[in-house]
Design a protein around this ligand. Structure first.
Ligand code: HAM
Length: 430
């Protein structure tokens, strides 16, 4: 006997009725993005491995441990073998596309959004998957387009507050920080290294390595034993130059002007290397434990140049759609599955064709219709209809001949006779 195959660990099937919620979330996101004049970008699901190594950073957990990478063999002599990677995030791909298509040449800001799967080989648990979905957006352009303006940061954050409110997410918290510009960073990293040197041996093995290779990542450490040491380390806020400090103050002033609430957390560094200046996270307390980061983002003023492109400052975010759905489900309780408007039950197989034609007519009028089969017993048809639809429409010989149909509305418990011509409008309101 052959073993049954299952979805790979960390991946899952999304099934109805849950997919209706995914569709609703994506519809609202697209509507909100449209109001802020964003257009959709769809980049490939796999890219050259170098893109992520250079963009996200060799020393990040994502690149060091979590990528799905393979050597793509050449199929012809003219081709070279190439190392490819399933995208672990979408910002690097968007910036690659920005450079490749010379989108900066227009001199205008590019406002792009995406919805799609991302892949990271993490330890799976509730809210953390190996294939997960992100809804994200990026604003990028040459400095002359205003891409560096703190107004962009404030506008992105205000848009997120609006989106979460319109989705019905309750109790979110926005936390933000400035991680400084590319000139502030080396001074801060030098100070961190110096402060870590005498204490790093008391920290976890990951921090011991990070203290050497990428000290900023130490601030991200989740080990409880390391926290008292992390508390004593220098703070980035004290190393920001005048320009970065003013930029951050203007972002906060923008949020204040719109009434968007926030908390500044000087330890927020985030797990990707491309960030400069503003970084942020939105969290929601859900009982998901450490997986309460609903979305994250920030500025990446040097990313385009890191990828060989022109100077093109940018800012963006990505929402974890899987987590968003979990939060909505937890906050709404188990919502009832949506029901069809009517179930058409032919009585006797001779009525099947009539039932099909009637279903076509009602569906064309915009109704959601299920159809049964004339061989079913009437009792069974009623039971199935009650599970799937709000009404049952009976099509017996009499009904087919007279064109007057028998309709039962389950909520009202009433049976009525309705002429075929009036059926669509009657079912719409019942
Ligand atoms: P990130 O913080 O790595 O940022 O991911 C953003 C969000 O994706 C997280 O807050 C989380 O909700 C979700 N997420 C990440 N990993 C998983 C997982 N394994 N399972 C489920 N959800 C997950 C980025 O990806 C950046 N590209 C965001 C960005 C855009 N920054 C600037 N522009």
């Amino acid at each position: 006997m052959s073993t049954t195959l299952k979805a790979v660990r960390g991946t899952r099937d999304l099934l109805p009725p849950e997919t209706a919620l995914w569709e609703r979330v994506e519809r609202i996101a697209r509507e909100v993005f449209a109001r802020y004049n964003f257009g959709e970008i769809r980049t490939p699901v796999f890219e050259d491995t170098q893109l992520f190594a250079r963009g996200v950073g060799e020393e990040t957990d994502i690149v060091a441990k979590e990528m799905y990478t393979w050597e793509d063999r050449a199929r012809a002599q003219s081709e070279k073998a190439q190392s490819l990677t399933l995208r672990p995030e979408n910002t690097a791909g968007v910036v690659r596309a920005y450079i490749e298509h010379k989108l900066g040449d227009s001199g205008l800001l590019q406002k792009l959004y995406y919805i799609g799967p991302q892949f990271r080989r993490e330890r799976p648990q509730k809210g953390r998957y190996r294939q997960f979905y992100q809804i994200g957006a990026e604003i990028i352009g040459p400095p002359s387009s205003g891409s560096e303006s703190p107004l962009r940061d404030a506008e992105v954050l205000e848009m997120l507050a609006t989106l979460l409110d319109e989705l019905g997410i309750k109790g979110w918290t926005l936390t933000l920080n400035s991680v400084g510009s590319s000139s502030d960073r080396p001074r801060y990293i030098a100070a961190l290294k110096e402060a870590l040197a005498p204490v790093k041996d008391k920290m976890c093995v990951d921090c011991q390595r990070r203290a050497e290779t990428n000290p900023l990542r130490v601030l991200d450490c989740k080990h409880p034993e390391d926290q008292p040491i992390i508390e004593t380390l220098p703070r980035i806020a004290d190393y920001l130059d005048e320009a970065s400090r003013t930029h951050f103050a203007q972002v906060l002033a923008g949020l204040d002007a719109c009434g968007v609430k926030y908390t500044v957390n000087p330890r927020l560094v985030r797990g990707l290397d491309y960030y400069t200046r503003t970084t942020f996270e939105f969290t929601v307390e859900t009982g998901l434990g450490t997986q309460n980061a609903l979305l994250g983002g920030g500025r990446y003023d040097g990313l385009s140049e890191m990828l060989g492109g022109p100077k093109a400052p940018g800012i963006g975010f990505a929402i974890g759609e899987d987590r968003l759905i979990l939060i909505l489900q937890a906050q709404a309780g188990d919502a009832a599955a949506p029901k069809a408007d009517a179930y058409i039950a032919p009585i006797g197989e001779a009525q099947n064709a009539y039932a099909l034609a009637l279903a076509r007519e009602l569906r064309r009028a915009g109704l959601t219709i299920e159809t049964g089969d004339g061989s079913a017993r009437l009792k069974k048809s009623f039971e199935t209809a009650d599970k799937l639809a709000r009404n049952i429409v009976l099509v017996g010989e009499d009904e087919a001949q007279s064109g007057i149909l028998t309709v039962k509305n389950f909520a009202a418990g009433e049976q009525t006779k309705i002429p075929r011509a009036e059926l669509a409008s009657a079912l719409k309101v019942s």
